[in-house]
Write a protein that binds this ligand. Structure first.
Ligand code: NIG
Ligand code: FE
Length: 414
């Protein structure tokens, strides 16, 4: 399809242009164009402006795509933290936790991350690809066109490769962008005969070169936590990854602190979770360029505190919001619903939520080509049939996109 056209007119067009990467935002800061239009050229945004003006300016030869005038348009969303490459489910963990059972009791009865590792290993690469594509489609219907996907339920060289190859294949067969991350440092696998350091050394030594040779991913993640890897254990592993040119992201301060400082010291792209971060961690994150990624669906899944987003933003940090979709802590997989609840609990503005799932989430993935509607950016956008953008967060997920566009192509139409 020729993807050069003028699309509009939109009752409201939210560009998110000119908003800063860091710090608190007010809804008054949002640029809202009434009767807006987008001129798309070869899948990129060429002009953003008033539809009438653009219509007059552009040659009649250029295709017009007319939109119901009761529609609003904004950049499509970016889910910068998911674990959608998993087999099985953990409904029993969820029920046990709500019945008051401890983490240890759940693990002893066959639950926890290790149970998902076994279910994921039991899936072939093709089955994993199918599961990823199915879940990516559910996210696409919510208006998400870039999805980060982690490995981390394989936990051996071969099994991690299987998952990362499944993510690569799913990306090739999907209309959205899937960004792979290697989370081999999720936990030390129960069947590894050796210390945590030996496990990490083996991954770094044997897996990292294959990731590069097969171009499977450019990002390395680690779970820095008492039940996973200590700050001390993880440091040489992440330094090795950085020396090879990988970007770093960290599961940090989920239950205990230390991970966010590792992220800051290494200049990681993001530090994710942060439910346990206190005053010092918040100040240090705010003084860094690390994006703080909040995962409210994990707080809702586990029944624990939310990431201190209000304090992070007021201190000057950059805050992104993601689903963390995984079978253990965050089975919801609903970005707008979880972000809207987060907004009420942390007193976040619409602008802060929308920034957190668009250009600030792009920053967490090291991407500078998406998340705003401005010249030169990807023509990735979402439409809603409503008369005001406030309806999106207000309806807490009930209002769903009427259309989703990626690289100037309509990829979803309700
Ligand atoms: O982001 N915190 C570590 N990893 C996941 C949970 C993984 C699981 O329980 O399966 C998370 O919440
Ligand atoms: Fe996670």
């Amino acid at each position: 399809m020729d993807n050069t056209f003028l699309i509009g007119s939109f009752k409201q067009l939210l560009t998110l242009q000119n908003l800063p990467i860091k710090g608190a935002l007010r809804d008054d800061d949002l640029e809202i164009l009434d009767n807006g239009g987008l001129y798309i050229k070869n899948g990129l945004i060429e002009e953003v402006g008033n539809w009438g003006v653009l219509n007059q300016m552009l040659s009649p030869d250029i295709q017009r795509v007319d939109i119901d005038e009761n529609s609003i348009c904004l950049p499509s969303y970016i889910d910068c933290h998911t674990h959608i490459a998993f087999g099985g489910n953990r409904a029993n963990d969820f029920a046990m936790r709500n019945a008051g059972r401890s983490y240890l009791e759940i693990a002893e009865s066959g639950g926890g991350i290790w149970s998902t590792v076994q279910h994921t290993r039991a899936c072939s690469q093709e089955e994993q690809e199918e599961l990823i594509l199915e879940r990516a489609y559910q996210l696409l219907q919510q208006g998400i066109t870039t999805i980060e996907v982690k490995s981390g339920y394989g936990l051996s060289i071969e099994e991690e490769l299987k998952t990362l190859r499944a993510i690569q294949k799913a990306h090739q067969h999907s209309s959205v962008d899937l960004i792979a991350t290697c989370l081999s440092a999720h936990i030390k696998p129960k069947d590894f005969d050796g210390t945590s350091e030996q496990y990490l050394q083996k991954i770094a030594h044997e897996l990292f070169p294959i990731l590069q040779a097969e171009n499977l991913c450019h990002r390395i993640d680690a779970f820095v936590e008492k039940s996973a890897f200590s700050a001390q254990e993880i440091l040489p592993y992440l330094q090795k990854a950085q020396a090879l040119g990988f970007d770093i992201t960290i599961h940090a301060d989920q239950f205990t602190t230390s991970g966010s400082q590792v992220a800051i010291n290494l200049g990681a792209l993001s530090a994710d979770h942060l439910e346990a971060s206190g005053y010092i961690e918040i100040q240090n994150l705010a003084n860094s360029n690390v994006v703080a990624v909040a995962l409210p669906a994990a707080s809702l899944g586990l029944g624990c505190d939310f990431t201190p987003a209000r304090k992070l933003l007021d201190a000057g940090a950059s805050l992104a919001i993601a689903t963390d979709w995984n079978p253990g802590s965050a089975p919801m997989g609903q970005l707008i619903t979880s972000a809207s609840i987060f907004a009420t609990m942390q007193k976040l503005s619409n602008a802060e939520i929308l920034a957190g799932i668009t250009f600030r989430a792009a920053k967490a993935l090291g991407l500078a080509d998406r998340g705003r509607l401005q010249k030169g950016y990807l023509a990735d956008f979402v439409l809603y049939q409503t008369n005001h953008y406030q309806q999106i967060i207000y309806q807490q997920g009930r209002l769903q996109p009427s259309e989703v566009w990626k690289n100037g192509q309509r990829i979803f139409n309700k």
